[in-house]
Write a protein that binds this ligand. Structure first.
Ligand code: SAM
Ligand code: SF4
Length: 461
């Protein structure tokens, strides 16, 4: 596979970590410096419980120092599950006869978005299968993004639409950028060439190099926030993490910046997929936690996304180890937000989910851990993307703005959507955070807060 040196990764996987070396690497992470592949491989190989504890503490430190205590919330919106690809692990794959196929109309997409706005959501990840020869083409995607942005509920609108759809031509990426997408997300699934070819048995996704090229094409189209990730469970997870870091090194070298976000989805059972029920390389919760912590330390300025594939307990732990964005109350089926209690009965979902909590319950749990649920999209709206974002993120400058924006969006959420006990908890935390702000930031925050009390919404720095 392009950009991926399997022999090098295999040799890195043989590293036996020495305590002294691990301590040295952890010392380096305190300066918020990017790690080398060798250093990441060393940390990934740590099994000693005492050392592992130190790895977790370091990840927590890096997360808090760069991102503060905010956690961004988003929700996926599936617009179609028609797919021409044969990804053996996915409920939408072309050979899966049990899947009921659905393609939402623009009106339905708008309605789904209105449902999400009513619950307080502000950030959407739009997803679809890959069916270029049907009506799921670039025109549909562009119109779908516009439909999402056009939806409105009591004056509130979606602030940012990220997308996770199949690769496309540079001209098509340009059209999506013009429609206002934030991040273009695309998972390589597995960076191991032979495994990739074995598991993708039909359709345009069969070629692993073309899939890798899509990230370059998105950059070429001027989309400078990209999201990447492996689907964990398909091959050795340590190989996947090192290979993804190698992919990041390639992007950094070529474009001066790496991905805006990385995702580490773990494979879940999927209707009609025997493979998904018994993946070849399942990983334990301990291994999973370790790889999230190592990623936080390896690429300190890259957002880490965690989906509702993980359990509430696991997600709560992972925000301490470096996760900066979480999804909430997701449905992985087109039109899923209307069928409140029907979710698990239907054979049109992509895979199973393990966190069914409502947005308010997730907000409550984050607040309980001292985290600020954030609905902010200010960077994207102020063009602080790509290199510009990284320049600000690196000296830690972004953190102050993020804290203010997170507090403003949290207050709006508490006022407009939260249940009374969540509201009480939220305001208590806001007061604690106010004490940590410098005089100038506090003055600005109080001005915004006063405006919210007077009915103004959606202010940001
Ligand atoms: N069809 C496009 C594609 O494959 O790039 C869009 C994304 S697909 C709707 C979103 C992601 O779901 C895939 O990239 C894959 O990593 C993940 N996925 C597929 N089957 C899964 C399963 N059984 N468990 C967990 N995640 C799965
Ligand atoms: Fe289609 Fe994406 Fe599922 Fe593959 S992972 S079958 S491309 S929806």
């Amino acid at each position: 596979m392009k950009h991926i040196d399997e022999a090098k990764i295999n040799s890195l996987l043989k590293i036996v970590p020495e305590a002294k070396e691990v301590e040295k690497i952890l010392e380096k992470t305190k300066q918020l410096k990017r790690l080398t592949l060798e250093e990441s491989a060393t940390l990934l190989a740590v099994t000693d419980p005492g050392l592992l504890k130190k790895v977790y503490a370091a990840a927590s430190y890096v997360k808090d120092t760069i991102y503060g205590r905010r956690v961004v919330l988003f929700i996926p919106l599936y617009i179609s599950n028609i797919c021409a690809n044969g990804c053996v692990y996915c409920g939408f794959n072309v050979n899966n006869k049990v899947t009921v196929r659905k393609h939402l109309s623009l009106e339905q997409i708008k309605q789904q978005t209105e449902i999400l706005l009513k619950r307080g959501h502000k950030r959407i990840l739009m997803l679809a299968g890959e069916a270029p020869s049907t009506k799921d083409n670039i025109d549909y995607y562009v119109d779908a993004v516009k439909a999402i942005y056009s939806a409105e509920y009591k004056g509130s609108k979606i602030k940012r639409v990220n997308i996770n759809v199949a690769p496309m031509k540079v001209e098509d990426f340009k059209r999506l950028k013009a429609a206002g997408i934030g991040t273009y997300q695309l998972f390589q699934e597995t960076y191991h060439d032979a495994t990739y070819r074995k598991l993708h048995i039909a359709g345009p996704k069969m070629d692993p190099d073309k899939r890798l090229d899509a990230i370059d094409d998105a950059f070429a189209a001027g989309i400078d926030d990209v999201g990447i990730g492996p689907l964990l469970g398909l091959y050795d997870h340590r190989f996947e993490i090192l290979a993804m870091l190698m992919h990041i090194e390639y992007l950094e070298k070529k474009y001066g910046i790496g991905p805006h976000t990385i995702s580490v989805p773990r494979i879940e059972p999927a209707p009609g997929s025997e493979y998904a029920d018994n993946p070849e390389h399942p990983l334990t919760d301990e291994e999973f936690k370790k790889l999230v912590a190592v990623l936080r330390l390896s690429v300190p300025y890259t957002g880490i996304i965690m989906s509702t594939r993980e359990t509430p307990e696991m997600r709560d732990e992972l925000v301490n180890l470096g996760v900066s964005q979480v999804s909430a109350e997701s449905k992985v089926t087109p039109g899923g937000y209307e069928e409140e209690d029907e979710h698990n009965k239907h054979n049109d979902r992509q895979f199973s989910l393990n966190d069914q909590r409502s947005l308010d319950e997730i907000a409550q749990s984050l607040l309980g851990q001292g985290y600020l649920p954030s609905f902010c999209a200010a960077c994207y709206r102020k063009n602080r993307t790509g290199e510009h974002f990284m320049d600000m993120a690196k000296p830690g400058e972004i953190k102050h703005m993020c804290d203010i924006n997170a507090l403003v969006t949290l207050k709006e959420y508490l006022e407009d959507f939260a249940k009374p006990d969540v509201k009480e908890k939220g305001y208590k935390l806001i007061e604690e955070y106010k004490n940590k702000l410098d005089a100038q930031s506090l003055e600005l925050l109080e001005k915004f807060f006063k405006n919210i009390d007077n009915g103004v919404r959606d202010e940001y720095v």
